[in-house]
Design a protein around this ligand. Structure first.
Ligand SMILES: C[S@@+](CC[C@H](N)C(=O)[O-])C[C@H]1O[C@@H](n2cnc3c(N)ncnc32)[C@H](O)[C@@H]1O
Length: 470
């Protein structure tokens, strides 16, 4: 294997992929330098073009697969080469789980500086496709064309489309005919609106010039088989709106909640917009065991419902509640973990930043007949203070489920000061979790942990850790 220079661009020849990096890129070591190579998997021997060359590492793109790895499989999706969504589709699921487990182990041992004997098996998802309950698609008057399409003179340009943004590109939409991440009914709905748009010459939103009618389409479902469809349009065109929504309602009578938003502002954010009901309810209902959660267009809910149930069961199991405990559920979102453990606790206090989520949490708890949960809105580092503790009591157990950035250093410090006997730390980012555990090392020890796969075909992995006060 050798590295050679061709004019300005560097190429790697015969690079052997030996590992997978934390962000899901394949890794090769050549002459003491680490290369992160897009498109390759461990065990491959590849040629690659260097995209960015730094002193100690370089980013590269596979240009030729010389010897395929035995772990390599064919991707299911026709859009795999360009869509950024499911980059691990070319790895067998067993191998995906192996590398996710390694990612957690590496984070805990290297960043968390923990002494762990062995890697824990990741709790895999029974569904490896069609596991998502929510997808958002963007319409474009001029979809991004693949190099093959650009070269094809029989394809008129520009081409309208609907699909996902290319990785990191707000203005480039990859047209999608079939996505395998959600029940196939989602494809029928999206393709129907796309076809209607073509047949009736409906304009599509131009993100640079800020005009056009069809803007985004958000499709959600629940494990109870309920469907929500939200059409966002960029211009107030009552006739066109009626045409699309009536057609959706009559073609797919099983849609429980058909919604729309007329959004004439420059960004796609829904949260400051009025969501209107065209047909049916303004919510759909999700179930976790015997609990029910009403989900509105603006509500957050874990995007893999079946695996969320498993994650919550592991969390409840790690919590080991007896019915006597005061529990704090930090970063509670719409209070689903709080309600999930409520029957086994004396009382649960949920804290969350987003006011609307707290409103949903209170409403759902009431509908579930849960009277021992209270929810408070505020920034964790400000709200969780001595006054809050004096008012609500010192917790016997803390469950914390922060966003990818992990906990703010002030919150970590506060948790150490509170000194609850046990903490269950649920994380969607093992690196920041490991960083936080390291900050807590003088006060807490790791008893056990369980990685959970919420997002097959991606490098993402969730990890639940049980900590005990030293
Ligand atoms: C990973 S989600 C967890 C949601 C919830 N536990 C669940 O399972 O559905 C993280 C939550 O933390 C909230 N959050 C983010 N930053 C926050 C902060 N500084 N203070 C309080 N909550 C915050 C987010 O709004 C989000 O609901």
């Amino acid at each position: 294997m050798r590295k050679k220079k061709k004019t300005e661009t560097q190429y790697l020849e015969g690079a052997v992929i030996t590992d997978m990096a934390a962000d899901g890129l394949a890794l090769a070591r050549v002459e003491d330098k680490v290369y992160f190579i897009e498109g390759a998997v461990p065990g491959d021997v590849v040629n690659a073009r260097v995209l960015r060359d730094k002193k100690r590492y370089a980013m590269a793109q596979m240009t030729e697969l010389i010897t395929p790895s035995p772990q390599r499989i064919d991707a299911v999706c026709e859009h795999f080469d360009y869509c950024g969504g499911c980059k691990w589709q070319n790895l067998s699921y067993a191998t995906q789980l192996e590398y996710k487990g390694k990612q957690v182990y590496d984070a805990l041992t290297r960043l968390g500086k923990l002494d762990l004997s062995e890697q824990v098996r990741v709790y895999g998802s029974t569904q490896q496709y069609e596991f998502r309950n929510k997808l958002e698609f963007t319409f474009s008057p001029s979809r991004w064309l693949t190099p093959e399409e650009l070269a094809d003179e029989s394809i008129l340009k520009p081409q309208p489309g609907v699909g996902f943004h290319l990785p990191g590109r707000f203005d480039k939409v990859l047209h999608v005919d079939t996505c395998h991440l959600m029940d196939d009914k989602m494809n029928l709905i999206r393709n129907h609106v796309h076809q209607l748009g073509l047949e009736h010459g409906l304009t599509r939103y131009n993100v640079r010039e800020h005009h056009g009618f069809l803007r985004t389409l958000t499709i959600r479902n629940t494990s109870l088989g309920e469907w929500m469809v939200l059409l966002m349009v960029g211009e107030d065109q009552p006739e066109a709106l009626k045409l699309v929504l009536d057609s959706l309602a009559s073609t797919f009578p099983w849609i429980n909640s058909l919604l729309y938003v007329i959004n004439t502002k420059k960004n796609d954010t829904l949260y400051d917009q009025e969501v209107l009901v065209w047909k049916g309810s303004d919510v759909i209902v999700e179930a976790l065991e015997d609990l029910r959660f009403e989900i509105s267009a603006k509500s957050f809910f874990q995007t893999n419902s079946k695996q969320a149930l498993e994650l919550y069961k592991i969390t409840r199991d790690f919590a080991g509640l007896t019915g006597k405990e005061l529990v704090y559920d930090l970063y509670t979102g719409t209070g689903s973990i709080a309600q999930f453990v409520a029957a086994k606790a004396k009382k649960v206090i949920g804290v969350e930043y987003v006011e609307a989520a707290v409103v949903d949490a209170r409403k759902n708890a009431e509908k579930n007949g849960i009277s021992n949960c209270e929810f408070f809105a505020g920034d964790m580092k400000d709200l969780l203070n001595d006054e809050f503790l004096a008012k609500h009591g010192r917790p016997d157990l803390i469950i914390t489920d922060p966003p990818r950035a992990g906990m703010h250093a002030d919150v970590v410090e506060m948790l150490c000061r509170i000194g609850a006997p046990r903490i269950v730390y649920v994380s969607c980012n093992p690196a920041t979790q490991a960083r936080d555990l390291d900050l807590m090392r003088a006060h807490y020890r790791l008893v056990k942990y369980q990685p959970v796969d919420m997002f097959p075909q991606t490098a993402h992995v969730e990890n639940v850790a049980l900590l005990e006060k030293i």
